[in-house]
Design a binder for this molecule. Structure first.
Ligand SMILES: [Mg+2]
Length: 463
């Protein structure tokens, strides 16, 4: 795993020592000698991880970390505080400044690499989402601002432990509104996790506990629990096991006796990180939804319906295309204004949607044209749907201001035979639609075999 590491320390010898060790592991390394320089480098060099000395003149590590975590441009970069202090209060201060992890000086080789790998795994996931979010933004799709962190109602699961520990840790987390449930044995825990609704898993390690580590690794292997933060609870003598846990996918750990403030700060950071990933994902879902939706009618757009039709034809399940055009739509726009025209399109969209089954897809194809894709090739059934659409529009006048206006539609229907492409099917529906228009409008025409195989009609201009 190659990555960029920024080493921040006011003492040059410390920077050089860490740099040499990281380079030996093929990391790319840069150095910063002060907090201000670190912030500048975080912005200009985009490191994957920042190793941040706590004791520095002018701006100390806490302040530097707080500033980077407050800036949307740098807040996603994991910060590991490197400190000679082992005092719990100092650790909690660092966690509250947003630090993702701690290493104590002198930094042990195994610990350093195992922590870096754990943080890099998480950052890869976040980066993938950030990248997709940027793509969506470049396409002009708006992203939502990140949500504030609300812990109230968060659920965490504690595994492989006794009731006393559940009560002890549960009491600590309750102060933040987090409820801690006893996961019980492995089978029970899996069942609970499959039900969803958890934001964090705590895994208790007891001497020597290979079962727990096997479980940690299985959580990472399953898609449903892969991104759940995993925090180990261990004894001071279990360092080797904890490091192994990090290699298997744990995100953080606390040691017994557990300090309430440290546990709460670590849990908060893990949940903050998870919420951040979730908000990136939700942004993306919203962007995708926007990318396939017609903003005026809320129907699927042309691109989506065509893709859907391609898929159906490939699956060979039988498909029919209905191309619907509003008759004399120009008269509505000219006579009542474009706002009324839009209103008519919205109303027609609603009325047609009511006539379709859940498996049918309806989209706005452009202007006053709609394209429906039905999952059937049975002519009688398809023509019955087309007839229902005609009546749904024609039978009830549209209210425009204080007037009631009768509006009709014309429909071209094409039913796929073996080997029909989506282009050929839509083009055949278009030819049939043209016939319906010429035959006086307010009617349905079915494409024939010649339409399906013949050259495309360039008749749209005549409508
Ligand atoms: Mg220092």
């Amino acid at each position: 795993m190659t990555a960029r590491i920024l080493v921040v320390d006011d003492v040059a010898a410390n920077r050089r020592l860490l740099e040499a060790r990281l380079r030996a592991e093929y990391f790319e390394v840069s150095q910063a000698a002060s907090g201000a320089e670190a912030i500048a480098m975080a912005l200009s060099w985009s490191p994957d991880i920042i190793l941040l000395d706590v004791m520095m003149p002018v701006m100390d590590g806490f302040e530097c970390c707080r500033l980077m975590k407050a800036d949307p441009a740098t807040q996603h970069i994991p910060v590991v505080m490197v400190t000679a202090l082992v005092d719990t209060d100092e650790r909690v201060r660092g966690l509250e400044a947003g630090a993702d992890d701690f290493l104590s000086k002198p930094v042990g080789e195994a610990t350093l690499l195992s922590r870096l790998r754990a943080l890099l795994r998480v950052k890869q996931v976040t980066d993938a989402w950030r990248l997709r979010q940027n793509t969506a933004r470049e396409l002009g799709l708006e992203a939502q601002p990140p949500l504030a962190l609300a812990l109230e109602g968060t659920r965490a699961l504690l595994l492989r432990t006794d009731r006393a520990e559940v009560e002890l840790l549960g009491g600590m987390l309750a102060a933040d509104g987090i409820s801690l449930l006893n996961g019980g044995d492995e089978a029970h825990a899996r069942q609970l996790l499959a039900g969803g609704g958890f934001d964090l898993v705590l895994l208790s390690l007891r001497e020597p506990d290979t079962e727990a580590l096997r479980f940690a690794s299985s959580l990472r292997a399953s898609a449903a629990t892969r991104d759940l933060p995993l925090l180990l609870v261990g004894d001071p003598g279990q360092q080797a096991q904890i490091l192994r846990g990090f290699d298997l996918g744990a995100n953080d750990h606390v040691l017994r006796p557990v300090d309430a403030n440290e546990l709460r700060a670590r849990v908060r950071n893990q949940i903050r990180r998870r919420r951040f990933q979730e908000s990136l994902q939700n942004d993306l879902d919203r962007s995708l939804e926007m990318a396939v939706t017609d903003p005026l009618t809320g129907l699927r757009n042309r691109r989506y319906v065509r893709r859907h039709l391609d898929g159906l034809l490939r699956a060979g399940k039988g498909a029919a295309a209905l191309l619907v055009d509003v008759d004399y739509f120009k008269r509505i726009n000219d006579g009542f204004g474009h706002a009324s025209g839009d209103q008519v399109l919205q109303e027609i969209a609603l009325r047609m949607q009511d006539e379709l089954r859940a498996s049918d897809v309806i989209g706005r194809y452009g202007g006053e044209e709609f394209l429906m894709v039905l999952v059937t090739a049975a002519e009688e059934e398809v023509m019955a749907v087309a007839a229902r659409l005609q009546s749904a529009v024609a039978d009830k006048p549209f209210r425009l201001g204080d007037q009631r206006v009768s509006i009709t539609i014309s429909t071209g229907v094409a039913i796929a035979t073996t080997d029909t492409t989506s282009d050929a099917l839509i083009s055949a529906a278009d030819t049939a639609l043209y016939r319906a228009k010429r035959a006086g409008r307010d009617r349905v025409e079915l494409a024939n075999d010649a339409d399906l195989s013949g050259p495309t009609s360039a008749a749209a201009a005549a409508f």
